[in-house]
Each structure stands twice: as C-alpha cells, then as structure tokens.
Design a binder for this molecule. Structure first.
Ligand SMILES: CC(C)(COP(=O)(O)OP(=O)(O)OC[C@H]1O[C@@H](n2cnc3c(N)ncnc32)[C@H](O)[C@@H]1OP(=O)(O)O)[C@@H](O)C(=O)NCCC(=O)NCCS
Length: 170
C-alpha cells in the first residue's frame, strides 16, 4: 500500500474520516466526530497521512492532533529554573495508526513527524517549553517508552514530557 508522502491537514472534503479504525473507539470517534469541529473552533489541529487511492475520499492511514495547553511548573520533570506561572507546552493530544498499518514502523515515523511539527511551530513563534502527551493505556505507554527522550511528568505517570531543547536534537 502506497502513502501520499506528506502529512497534510485533515480535510473532510477529501479524506475518509468514517472508515478509519485504529482499534480504539475513542480515537476513531474523535477523528470522525470532533477533529474537524475542534480545528474550526481553534481548539486543536489534526494532521493525516493518507493512502493513495482512486476513491473520491482518500483513506486515512494515520493521524495526529496537536493543541496548546499550559501545565504547572511543578509537574515538569526538569532541573531548569522556571517561572511560577503556568508553563505553555504543545500537547500531542491524539496519535493513531489504522489497524492494517500497525506493527510496521509507521507509528514511530508519525510520532517523529508530529514532534518535528511541534518544533516547527515553536520556531515559528508559538511559545512552548516542550511537548506533553497522555498515554491512552499501558500498551500505548509501552509504545512511547521506546523513545528514550520522554520522561514521566511528576504528577501523572501516564503523562509524558519532552523539552523543546531535546526535540531540536532529534
Ligand atoms: C500505539 C500505536 C500508535 C503504535 O503504532 P505502530 O505503527 O503499531 O507502532 P510501530 O510499528 O511504529 O512500533 C514502534 C516500536 O514500538 C513498539 N510498539 C508498538 N506498539 C507497542 C505496544 N502496544 N506495546 C509495546 N511496544 C509497542 C514496536 O514493537 C516497535 O518497537 P521496535 O522499534 O523495537 O521494533 C498504534 O498501535 C495505535 O494507533 N494504537 C491505537 C491507538 C493508540 O493507542 N494510540 C496511542 C494513544 S496515546
């Protein structure tokens, strides 16, 4: 199966939101029901990797969603001195690979693309000290633990952090 090589913003007019199935209902439902609306409201942005297809709507092989949030200074696992007000970070709010493409290295590639995208946003002027994500379950946590740059946040073992300084090196 060939993919369109670039990751592009989700577009309901040409991407098939309904057929996406990563095996996690909540992740499928977010793409299907909320991703476009949340982008329109400015709450988050969703990006997709699509399959080459002759269909009118292209099947989605993978997606990720980014959002801007703040976290408390105390929750960040860093020695660096930070101000006491809430610290802005980019949240990798969703990342999912369609079932038929799982286990072939695509998750790792899309994760790195999402993190590089976050670095790019920071370079373009979006203030963000790092990237955080909430692992959906133990299995997702094990997937993220393959990437040694993530550290658990101090207040939640399922919430992982990586600083923008570390990400600039990947
Ligand atoms: C978790 C998910 C993103 C992984 O994607 P994937 O394409 O199957 O993963 P990859 O093939 O790129 O695997 C990369 C590495 O992680 C490991 N890995 C992947 N899924 C894993 C899991 N569930 N548990 C432990 N390790 C896992 C792989 O063995 C591989 O290790 P290796 O490089 O040593 O061979 C994908 O299974 C998925 O979308 N699941 C449903 C939605 C979900 O849980 N998303 C995460 C939400 S926070």
């Amino acid at each position: 199966m060939a993919f369109i090589q670039t990751i592009v913003p989700l577009d309901k007019t040409c991407h098939d939101l309904k057929s996406f199935d990563c095996g996690q209902l909540a992740m499928n439902q977010f793409l299907n029901r909320f991703a476009v609306k949340h982008a329109e409201l400015g709450l988050s942005s969703t990006w997709v990797l699509v399959e080459e297809s002759t269909e009118i709507k292209q099947p989605i092989a993978a997606y990720y969603t980014l959002a801007g949030v703040t976290v408390s200074r105390a929750s960040i696992p860093t020695q660096q001195s930070l101000p006491s007000y809430p610290i802005p970070v980019i949240m990798l709010a969703r990342l999912a690979i369609a079932k038929q493409h799982q286990g072939k290295g695509l998750g790792a590639k899309v994760l790195i693309s999402a993190l590089r995208h976050a670095v790019q946003l920071a370079q373009q002027g979006l203030p963000a000290y790092g990237v955080i994500l909430d692992a959906l379950d133990d299995s997702a946590l094990q997937f993220y633990q393959h990437f040694e740059f993530f550290e658990p946040m101090t207040d939640d073992a399922m919430r992982l952090f990586v600083s923008m300084n570390s990400l600039r090196l990947i």
